[in-house]
Design a protein around this ligand. Structure first.
Ligand SMILES: *Cc1c(COP(=O)(O)O)cnc(C)c1O
Length: 283
């Protein structure tokens, strides 16, 4: 999808799996699925054959979600086209809407086509401690250049046992605590705290007449820049006039141009202060 969590692009570029970057900022060898206010941030299916589809929902950077029916369209496509879906579920703990799936495996048939990433980074504040797990179903098949089926799970096991030395024991114990009653309670409280910030950001910016997306089932608020400013101009304005920092949308890909990402990961006091300062600006 475009915009995208940049790691999906950059890791492939660094591994030499794309071609050169073109004048429009897109890489050869990648298929970009535009997500913007015109399509309500719901990507259309690729119009050319693809091997691997990266999906992240709730989305970083746009904060938007897909319903079960919308996600099923991709699972069905992957089955019909022998494609593999890499589903990044880093933000499922923030879901507040009923028809938004918490795992791609809620969709029938997804075990045959999807790998799911489960990071503790955003659920439980593990960004520095490094812990996650990956679901690679036994049913999942890849296809070699001759179209033969290949089981992915043993390949992944081979990769992990050779290249990955494991998560340190103290961090594993901390991850275990995430599932304790006390851990679940604390995580629930802090996520609710951040989502209150998200609500305040959404309301303040909406009251200012800005178009905002996300922030309902996600800590990210994706703001359309006022007066067709480009992402960096709006970033500079907020930085210089309000001393508030966001992330320019164009950094997440060509379709992010004209947007800016704000996050709810801060204190309530700072969030209110930032919104007060932005509210005093003239656009
Ligand atoms: C933060 C984030 C992650 C987490 O990555 P880790 O390497 O587990 O810290 C994964 N995907 C997205 C979209 C993120 O924003």
């Amino acid at each position: 999808t475009d915009p995208v969590y940049t790691v999906y692009v950059d890791t492939n570029v660094m591994s030499g799996r794309t071609g050169e970057m073109k004048d429009d900022g897109m890489y050869e060898g990648l298929t970009y699925l535009k997500c913007n206010s015109d399509n309500d941030f719901v990507p259309e299916l690729p119009s050319e054959p693809v091997d691997i589809i990266y999906l992240c929902y709730p989305n970083n950077p746009t904060g938007t979600t897909l319903t079960k029916d919308q996600l099923k369209v991709f699972v069905d496509y992957a089955k019909e086209n022998n494609a593999l879906i890499l589903f990044d579920a880093a933000y499922v703990a923030f879901i507040n809407e009923d028809d938004v799936p918490h795992s791609i495996y809620e969709i029938e048939g997804a075990k045959e086509v999807a790998i799911e990433f489960k990071s503790f980074s955003k659920t439980a504040g593990f960004t520095g401690t490094r812990c996650a797990y990956t679901v690679v179903p036994k049913e999942l098949m890849g296809y070699d250049s001759k179209g033969n089926e290949v089981e992915i799970n043993p390949l992944w096991n081979r990769r992990q046992t050779t290249k990955f030395n494991g998560v340190s024991y103290p961090v594993q114990k901390a991850a275990e605590a995430v599932y304790s009653d006390e851990g679940k309670k604390q995580i629930g409280e802090i996520i609710e705290y951040y989502m209150e910030n998200a609500k305040i950001i959404r309301k303040s910016l909406t009251d200012l007449g800005l178009d905002v997306y996300g922030g309902v089932s996600s800590p990210y608020i994706w703001v359309k820049t006022p007066n067709d400013m480009d992402s960096w101009a709006f970033f500079d304005l907020l930085l210089n006039e309000a001393n508030v920092i966001g992330t320019p949308g164009s950094g997440f890909g060509p379709s992010g141009e004209g947007y800016l990402r704000l996050t709810a990961f801060n204190t309530l006091e700072n969030t209110k202060e930032a919104m007060d300062r932005i509210s005093k600006l003239e656009f």
